[in-house]
Design a protein around this ligand. Structure first.
Ligand SMILES: Cc1cc2nc3c(=O)[nH]c(=O)nc-3n(C[C@H](O)[C@H](O)[C@H](O)COP(=O)(O)OP(=O)(O)OC[C@H]3O[C@@H](n4cnc5c(N)ncnc54)[C@H](O)[C@@H]3O)c2cc1C
Length: 307
């Protein structure tokens, strides 16, 4: 049985992008550890009690940290209220009833390996393509904020952010500014342009950037010669839901990008000598690729030159 959580943190700010999408700023009661107290890309577990149906007690879920370690006043999260939850006591439904000043629970220790040191390594100097759908942007915001803080160039960093409507483009102003002032390649893309007629930018889903015309745009944005976008030049990190991750893997296999996930590597029988160049963090639990489907497996193996 779920237990009632003892709050240890306060919501000190909430920026609403829509009724279902907000940036939460949460301050822990206890003092943060000295120095860099987490690695950008990590997540924390946030918990809330169900105040409408108290019998359901508390619920906890992981949330990527969008703030940088140097931000000591609060921890920032970019959260969607899930329209069709799977559980009886969805965290996001309770959380979106709260506002500034309300109390929540935050497991103090950040976790996760979807970080630069945990994937490609800080020394890797290839282009970094960060692909996000919706709130999957959060870890990348933390990573680029931290890069800037440490004086690391972001000119070889590309953030692709796919959302339904332009109003859902969280952190847009900040990323546009990073693009203008620091050379970040920022590619926002909107999949339901008819619902936001003022939008004149790119349309389609984040993973559509890996269709042929999207790859052309990527290559020109990153000053790469046509046809050279591949693991010699770039690494790809994808964050979000199954569809974005699965399609990115499928579309980039033809360019030689090798997924890092052990289960996929095993099913495709990828030799250990072939280094990973596509990493992901998944927010839902559906398999990103149907590894039981022999046609899919065979196509991926062929695209990766393993046949
Ligand atoms: C490592 C990690 C980091 C995460 N970071 C974030 C984050 O920064 N922001 C965030 O909003 N969510 C994040 N999530 C998802 C989050 O943990 C919850 O799964 C989500 O908030 C739904 O919880 P719930 O209890 O409201 O719904 P549940 O009843 O648990 O319903 C789960 C279903 O909601 C859907 N779902 C989950 N996450 C999302 C989402 N972000 N957008 C749309 N649909 C979704 C999926 O279909 C999933 O199967 C993260 C998940 C993981 C594993």
């Amino acid at each position: 049985m779920a237990k009632v959580l003892e709050p240890n943190a306060t919501i000190i700010g909430k920026i609403d992008l829509s009724e279902e999408l907000s940036i939460f700023k949460v301050a822990l009661d206890e003092e943060l550890p000295e120095g860099d107290w987490f690695v950008p890309g990590q997540y924390m577990v946030i918990g809330v009690n169900n105040l409408v149906e108290p019998d359901l007690a508390g619920v906890q879920r992981p949330m990527s940290i969008a703030s940088e370690p140097a931000e000591r006043g609060h921890v920032e999260f970019y959260i969607r209220r899930v329209a069709r939850p799977e559980s009886k006591n969805p965290l996001t439904h309770s959380l979106f009833r709260l506002s500034e000043g309300d109390r929540v629970f935050l497991r103090p220790k950040p976790k996760g390996h979807f970080t630069i040191p945990g994937t490609v390594g800080l020394e890797d100097d290839r282009c970094r393509i960060y692909v996000s759908a919706g709130t999957g942007l959060a870890p990348f915001v933390s990573i680029v904020r931290d890069d800037l803080r440490h004086g690391r160039s972001v000119t070889k960093t590309c953030i692709i952010h796919g959302v339904s409507r332009s109003g859902d483009l969280g952190y847009r102003e900040e990323l546009e500014q990073l693009s203008q002032e620091h050379g970040l390649v920022y590619i926002p893309t909107v999949s339901r342009p008819t619902e936001c007629p003022d939008w004149s930018g790119r349309t389609g889903r984040a993973e559509d950037c890996f269709k042929p015309d999207g790859l052309e745009l990527l290559e020109s944005s990153l000053s790469l010669s046509a046809g050279t976008f591949g693991p010699d030049q770039a690494v790809v990190l994808v964050c979000g839901l199954q569809g974005t991750i699965g399609q990115s893997i499928l579309r980039l296999a033809g360019r030689g990008f090798v997924p890092a996930e052990k289960k996929i590597r095993k099913a495709l029988d990828i030799p250990e000598t072939r280094p990973a160049s596509l990493f992901f963090e998944q927010y839902d639990s559906d398999p990103v690729i149907d590894l039981e489907d022999q046609q899919v497996v065979a196509r991926l193996r062929a695209d990766l030159g393993l046949e």
